[in-house]
Design a protein around this ligand. Sequence first.
Ligand code: PA5
Ligand code: NI
Length: 205
Amino acid sequence: MAKIQIEDGRVAKPFTVGWDPMDGVMDDPDNHIQRFLSKLTGMFYDREAAERHLRQHGDVLLYEVYEKKIPEADGELQFCSSITHPGKIGDEYFMTKGHFHARRDTAEVYYTIRGTGYMLMETEDGSQFELGEMLPGRTVYVPPYWAHRSINIGDEPLISLPVYPGDAGHDYGSIETAGFKHVVVERGGKPAVIENPRYGRMNEE
Ligand code: PA5
Ligand code: NI
């Protein structure tokens, strides 16, 4: 695919982009982000299980994103191929870091292409949370002001298409320090939600 044509900080010409629905790999992406366990052990509620997993299985790839570079401007739309790999750290499923949008009053939709999972969504004080089903053909609507994280509960890659306002931005800070109040774990072979014992102090040792 040709480069996106940008004029005056805007996408100036329509374009198309494709990706493989089986592995989520995008044609000619501008960015390919890969998130490995070694950088994210602190995000799992059972940090010791994460350190153990790292020692036993090495630096596994938890998730990745392919995207085209769209201007971060009001009126544009960002989108990507978001791929969360299958697996567990202790009893907690592989997941994305999760974030609020830097511009809090911006929503997002996620259309699932492959796999099975949940979108965990929480309000800023953790008082409300929701799990949105992620299944091929279903769409999750993430309203403004809700933090969101994709969680893969299956045994194949969870591949989705997130679409969000051009200038929404990502704010990872409060998730890195406070975490999500709820975590999704496997109990008796099924997903279950428990309260995060490290909520509010994710970056303490
Ligand atoms: O903007 C979004 O919500 C997605 O594109 C995510 O950035 C993507 O799924 C990766 O997750 P995270 O940004 O939490 O690392
Ligand atoms: Ni988002």
